[in-house]
Unconditional design. Structure first.
Length: 294
């Protein structure tokens, strides 16, 4: 039977933990609201930019020399997998779901005869993948703490890094694995091909195709728009990831706070039962002593 002092210490410790998890839940909820607004703001812009790039590409399918972002390096069997995770934990199974998907993708790509390289955006991905695929990890990029989930300059810098790696023939194609934000309770793992850029066909029966007049020439516009669109695409990935992270952390800390409250109730019940048992024992000893003196 645990002593009363031990039980009081445990209750005090759990209450302190409950205060921490409750505070972390409120912080994550505040960050989630801001992140959700940023995600909802960038989605229409990214979609409109994609439509413009698609329109240009569909009218330039006869390019004699396609841009590198359009074709990649088809004869170079090296696939770069960008795994986007967090730098910190305490967010439930958020990172585990991405890592599990990455661990299933790597052998699938290798069975296709491709050499896989892994670029980790976030330390948790590196830590979880290092044991099985440490030899495939070429670099780990930490999150920017000052940008609150990634600024456009961070995305532009990261896209420039990918473009430089592509130009130096370090990979032939690239895809990015991350969590898409659906709601505070739901995050969905998604895999997007970012290089080469894929032309999205216009859906049948949809709204009529927008009309654009381009100046300067479409070739010159593509040369500037494709790197820009890659940066915008990665920027949206960063925002989706950050919103998903805050939603997962808020949910995890809410569950931890509830579990702490339940544990406190159980410990207080055990404490009261133990205290009552000690009191009963002392009363029995007093009564027994009094009876022996008669």
């Amino acid at each position: 039977m645990s002593s009363l002092k031990t039980l009081r210490t445990r209750v005090k410790s759990v209450k302190a933990t409950q205060k921490i998890t409750s505070a972390m839940k409120m912080v994550a909820a505040a960050k989630l609201r801001r992140s959700q607004e940023r995600v909802e703001a960038v989605r229409p812009y990214e979609s409109a930019m994609q439509d413009m790039v698609n329109h240009l590409l569909q009218n330039k399918q006869d390019l004699e020399e396609p841009l590198m972002l359009m074709r990649g390096h088809p004869h170079l069997p090296i696939h770069l997998l960008v795994v986007v995770t967090t730098d910190r934990g305490l967010c439930g199974g958020f990172n585990g779901s991405i890592v599990r998907e990455a661990k299933s993708l790597v052998p699938a790509l290798q069975n296709q005869g491709k050499t896989v390289k892994i670029l980790c955006y976030g330390r948790k991905g590196r830590d979880l993948l290092r044991r099985d695929y440490g030899d495939l990890i070429i670099e780990t990029v930490d999150h920017s703490e000052k940008s609150g989930g990634g600024s456009f300059s961070d995305a532009l810098s990261f896209s420039t890094k990918l473009h430089t790696m592509l130009e130096s023939h370090q990979f032939g194609e690239a895809s990015i694995l991350f969590n898409v934000f659906r709601s505070a309770l739901q995050q969905e793992v998604a895999l997007h091909s970012i290089i080469p850029f894929q032309i999205t066909s216009w859906e049948q029966g949809s709204i009529s195709r927008p009309l654009y007049e381009y100046e300067p020439t479409p070739d010159a516009l593509l040369e500037h728009l494709l790197p820009r669109y890659l940066a915008v695409n990665i920027y949206r990935v960063f925002l989706e990831h950050h919103a998903s992270e805050q939603g997962a952390r808020m949910t995890a800390m809410d569950n931890a706070t509830r579990n702490a409250r339940d544990m406190i109730k159980r410990l207080e019940l055990i404490y009261n039962q133990t205290r009552q048992a000690y009191i009963t024992k002392e009363l029995i000893e007093i009564i027994s002593g009094a009876e022996s003196l008669k």
